[in-house]
Design a protein around this ligand. Structure first.
Ligand code: UD1
Length: 361
């Protein structure tokens, strides 16, 4: 492969590791790949656990950006990416999704005059001050190849005047899900350790600053989980755990008898918890989409979603962070009537490889 084009793939946060797992092997016979980990997520159970479990190759570079304010985090990612791209100049930089790692790498690829590919392009939540929305819009604007997960995302790009380099490939997340289910099955044996039975519990996750950084919404979410009375599995993002410990919510949940607070779990355990759940209660974008693909009813504590198809087809309900509204949304909700492959059929990685093959030829 010496002399072959180099694609630098940048990851930094959990959902990006999950998408790297199926995509890295798909590109390997086409180009040299260099995996760069920004260090945005760094705890063992937020990062390394995913690489081990999904057999993702060790990153070629760790930038060690870590946490901080948005300015600090973006600044560290960009400074380190600038050095990385000058020491190992690639032909292409590939980024995923909408995190600060995505935007930081995209900006520096542009400054270094490198071509940029964006996986999960065209997704919009239309909440223009949300950091993720800004990261998406700006990254798409800078991208030469835009790998789009849905027909709706193609339309969003067209409405912004972006039509060149756009490839509707489906969602890489579907490839990863299908592969994991085929190899590992439904993982029901993982439920016993968490003390729940298939179809008889709610899986809940919360990490969005709007829900967990303010005492009001966080308190309402705690009340809603306890009011459910049936078993709830609650893997906690470190940010959420810290805030719950600070507000006394953690103690309340632990005393509740029905809510089990867990450390962040790896991909296969999360998949087992999800595919066997009665419902999902979340503010995660990725989990809404995974729930849809697996036909699990989802209640999303948010004013808007970037995955509108899931709501339109009846599998996802949006609710404000209010215990009464959450209870009302859950009551009698068993999911949608229709289910369509709006995020593709699990062949996104192959389509991305084909598009790269054409531009590298
Ligand atoms: C980030 C992304 C979000 C994505 C999520 C996936 C941005 C702006 N947000 O949110 O779009 O949905 O990742 O999980 O990029 N922390 C730790 N250990 C870690 C990582 C984080 O303790 O390994 C704590 C730190 O206190 C940190 C906080 O969590 O300040 C938030 O982490 P950060 O990466 O800034 O944002 P996320 O909420 O994870």
């Amino acid at each position: 492969m010496r002399g072959a084009p180099l694609i630098t793939i940048v990851v930094g946060a959990r959902p990006q590791f999950v998408k790297l797992a199926p995509l890295a092997p798909a590109l390997r016979d086409l180009a040299r790949t260099r995996i760069v980990h920004t260090g945005q997520h760094y705890d063992y159970d937020m990062s390394r656990q995913f690489f081990e479990e999904l057999a993702i190759p060790e990153p070629d570079a760790h930038l060690g950006a870590g946490s901080g304010s948005h300015g600090e985090q973006l600044g560290r990612i960009m400074t380190a990416m600038e050095r990385e791209l000058s020491e190992h100049p690639p032909d292409w930089v590939l980024v995923f999704g909408d995190t600060n790692s995505t935007l930081g790498a995209a900006l520096m690829a542009s400054r270094a005059g490198r071509s940029l590919a964006h996986v999960e392009a065209g997704v919009r939540g239309f909440h223009r001050h949300e950091p993720e929305e800004v990261n998406r819009v700006l990254t798409d604007r800078l991208s030469d190849l835009l790998f789009v997960p849905s027909a709706r995302a193609v339309r969003h790009l067209a409405a912004e005047g972006i039509t060149r380099g756009v490839h509707e490939v489906g969602d890489v997340m579907v490839d990863g899900l299908q592969h994991a289910l085929a190899v590992h099955g439904r993982g029901t044996e993982r439920l016993a350790a968490a003390g729940v039975s298939p179809g008889a519990y709610t899986l809940a996750t919360f990490h969005r600053p709007v829900n967990v950084d303010e005492d009001g919404p966080l308190g309402e979410i705690v009340e809603a989980l306890i009011a459910l009375e049936e078993p709830v599995l609650l893997p906690l993002h470190p940010r959420t755990r810290r805030r719950l410990a600070h507000t006394g919510g953690l103690e309340k949940l632990e005393r509740s008898g029905n809510v089990t607070c867990l450390s962040p779990v790896g991909y296969l355990t999360m998949l087992a918890y999800l595919v066997n759940a009665r419902r999902v209660l979340t503010d995660s974008g990725g989990l809404q989409k995974e729930a849809y693909v697996l036909r699990i009813p989802c209640i999303t504590v948010s004013a808007q979603t970037a995955w509108e198809e899931t709501v339109e087809l009846g599998w996802n309900r949006l609710v404000p962070p209010n215990a009464g509204d959450i209870a009302a949304a859950i009551s009698g909700f068993t999911g949608g009537q229709r289910h369509e492959p709006v995020y593709g059929r699990g062949d996104a990685c192959g389509r991305i490889r084909d598009a790269f093959r054409a531009v590298l030829a």
